[in-house]
Design a protein around this ligand. Structure first.
Ligand code: F6R
Length: 264
C-alpha cells in the first residue's frame, strides 16, 4: 500500500489524473473504474485538460462507474450519469458505447441486472485501474458499513450518514435517494490497481482507520489492505490522523528508486 501526501484537493486531483494518463498511455484500451463525488471533480477537470492540450486519447478506453442512485433518471442533475457527462464524458473523445454506469431507473429483476453489470466487467477483461473516493463512514462505492467484504454489484440501502451528506445536493423538499446500485467490495478488489483519493479533515478518521486500523466491514475501505496494488492519494487534512506519515514518505522515496512503475 502506498500513501501519497499532497497539499490540497487540487494537487491530489492533478496527481491522480497524471496517474490515469500514464496508465492510458501504457495501454490505450485501458478499462477504467470511475467514481463520482466532490473529490473527483478535479481529476476529471485535469483529464479533460490533458485531452485538450496534450492529446490524451480516450477513444479505446472503456469505463465502468462504481454506482448510481436508485430512482434517479439519467437527466436528474444529481444522477451520476448526468454528473459524469457534464464533468467528463462530453469533453473527451470516449466512445459512448464504452461507457457503463448502472441504470438508476431500472426496475424488475435487480439481481439479474447487477449480475449483467458484473458480466460486462468480465467481458471487458476486468478493470485495470479503479479510482475511488471515500465516505466519512469509510465507504467505497456505496458499500456502507457492514457490507460484506466479498460483496458483488447489488442494491445497497444507504446509511443515514450518507443520506445526510447528500441532503445538501438536493433541492429543499426533494426526496433523497435511499438506495443505490453499487459494485461490491469483492468487485473492487478484483481491479488490477486501485487509487483512493481523499480530501479534507472530515475524511481523516476514515482514512486512518482504512490504512492503519483492522480490516473490518465496519470501515469498508479497510478491505483495500487485502489488495496488493493500492495507492492512497491524500491531502494534508485527510492525512492528518495517520500515525506513520514519516514512514509512508520514506516508502515513497524508496519506491521511486526501486520500483518507479508503481508510482504511475
Ligand atoms: C461515488 C462514490 C462514493 C464517493 C464518496 C466520497 O461514486 O463511490 O463512495 O466517492 O462518498 O464522496 P465525496 O468526494 O463527495 O466526499
Amino acid at each position: 500500500m502506498l500513501v501519497v501526501m499532497k497539499r490540497d484537493q487540487e494537487e491530489i486531483g492533478r496527481h491522480a489524473a497524471r496517474f490515469v494518463a500514464s496508465a492510458i498511455r501504457a495501454k490505450a484500451s485501458l478499462t477504467l473504474g470511475l467514481a463520482t463525488g466532490n473529490t473527483m471533480v478535479g481529476v476529471y477537470r485535469e483529464l479533460v485538460r490533458l485531452h485538450r492540450e496534450e492529446h490524451l486519447d480516450f477513444s479505446r478506453v472503456t469505463t465502468f462507474n462504481l454506482d448510481e442512485y436508485l430512482g434517479l433518471s439519467p437527466t436528474h442533475p444529481e444522477s451520476f450519469q448526468h454528473v459524469m457527462q457534464e464533468n467528463f464524458f462530453s469533453h473527451v473523445n470516449i466512445n459512448p458505447r464504452n461507457i457503463h454506469i448502472p441504470d438508476g431507473t431500472m426496475s424488475g429483476d435487480y439481481e439479474q441486472y447487477c449480475a449483467a453489470y458484473e458480466q460486462a466487467i468480465r467481458d471487458a477483461g476486468g478493470i485495470d485501474l479503479q479510482i475511488l473516493g471515500i465516505g466519512r463512514n469509510g465507504h467505497i462505492g456505496f458499500n456502507e458499513p457492514t457490507s460484506s467484504i466479498g460483496s458483488r454489484t447489488r442494491i445497497k440501502v444507504l446509511s443515514s450518514q450518507t443520506i445526510e451528506d447528500n441532503r445538501k445536493l438536493f433541492a429543499a423538499g426533494e426526496e433523497i435517494p435511499q438506495c443505490a446500485i453499487t459494485m461490491g467490495i469483492g468487485t473492487i478488489l478484483e481491479a488490477g490497481r486501485i487509487l483512493l483519493l481523499a480530501s479534507g479533515e472530515t475524511k481523516a478518521v476514515a482514512v486512518a482507520k482504512s490504512i492503519e486500523g483492522p480490516i473490518t466491514s465496519a470501515v469498508t475501505a479497510s478491505a483495500l489492505q487485502l489488495h496488493p496494488n493500492v495507492t492512497f492519494i491524500l491531502d494534508e487534512a485527510a492525512a492528518s490522523a495517520l500515525t506513520q506519515r514519516e514512514y509512508y514518505a520514506r516508502v515513497l522515496e524508496m519506491t521511486a528508486l526501486l520500483t518507479p512503475s508503481r508510482l504511475g
